[in-house]
Ligand binder design. Sequence first.
Ligand code: BGC
Length: 431
Amino acid sequence: MSFQKDFLWCVGGAAAQQDGGYLDGGKGLNIWDALSEGHVKNNDNCHVACDHFHKWKEDLQLVKELGVNSYRFSVSLARIYPKDEFTVNEEGVKFYTDLVAELEQLGIEPICTLYHWDMPLWLYERGGWKTQLAVEWFERFTKTIVEAISDKVKYWLTFNEPQIFVGHGYQIGKHAPFEKLSQKELQNISRNVMLAHGRAVRVIKKYAKLSPKIGFASTCDVLLPLDGDDEEKAYLASFAGTRSGVYTPSWWCDPMLAGKKPNGCDWLSEEDLKEIYEPLDFAAYNIYNAQHTEEFKYSYAGMPLTDMGWSITPECMYYSAKFMYRRYGLPIMITENGMANIDFVYEDGKVHDPQRSEYLRTHIRNLKCATDEGVPVIGYSCWSFMDNFEWSEGYGKRFGLVYVDYRTQKRIVKDSAYTFRDIIKLNGENL
Ligand code: BGC
């Protein structure tokens, strides 16, 4: 068996992580540009990153070389609205119209993320997600982008991992804007993000020129059954809304994918749910590994870990697809999967990363097992296209299929990229 015929084989990146050009082309500052100091390893920042803002054309050639048929990118919000809620930076808009035009030339389907964590500084200074202004402005921002690029973009993701930008950004203070707020404040922020999502979906549906396919990229920290009998228990525990507050997938997915309150939620009204929920076309999620709890503990001494210290659990692909499909009944799109590895350039000038090749093979094979059991899976996106600014970890963690030497901005295609290309060539039949 292989994946469906028009399967989306994708690589992805996000503006704040790869673009750089932080003051170029009329861009304003975002919260990562402005607030990172003292919060990121080695005092790295995202001001230059992979300089993709200047090298995007060559980079898209490399994307093509990897053999994928789609490319996931995010819009830098402060490039479009640099200083307030009214002033559009046309040069910023042009960056994206050029980008999607080039993708069309290359025969690559764009997947556009509207919010991958880089809130404009002006909006943050006026209260950001704590306010109605953010909800209203996000609607306007969405309209601007949709009008500009929806003649070439069909696939839209409103938000990337609200679990993480709210959890890391406002609960534990690990990500910008590095705040530590109360549960009540987190609920207010969650509600505003969800309302902004609902508005954005409606705007896309109303103004898109190509018939749109819309989702949002959730996390999916699924719990693994320890033996066959535990599957039902693992399913229920995976979606227990109160398991880890804003970090719980269903905290967001239940309202946004199903129009329901997550278990134990008393901070959303029925009215809110109507505004938040607008039918989506797929359930998208990013998944790197399975989680564990006291009850579902699979870790053991010496367990293999990635360079992030994350356990390697390929079965998470099989169970997450099954569980997400069972709960939300929508086709599945994997919007991120991959690993940070200790990559470096060998004497032969290449980057040999067999661990990542193995990770990709085993994870994609497990995903295929879910499709064999009838779960509709429409796409798989490897994270990331190239090494980039790994948020509070800075440049020390490398997730890319393409290596970046940050001293010279030279790119080197890693061995695992060719493994991925071979998988794609046969649409997964060789797994
Ligand atoms: C994010 C990416 C990030 C990756 C690895 C996801 O949480 O969407 O931006 O680089 O995980 O940490």
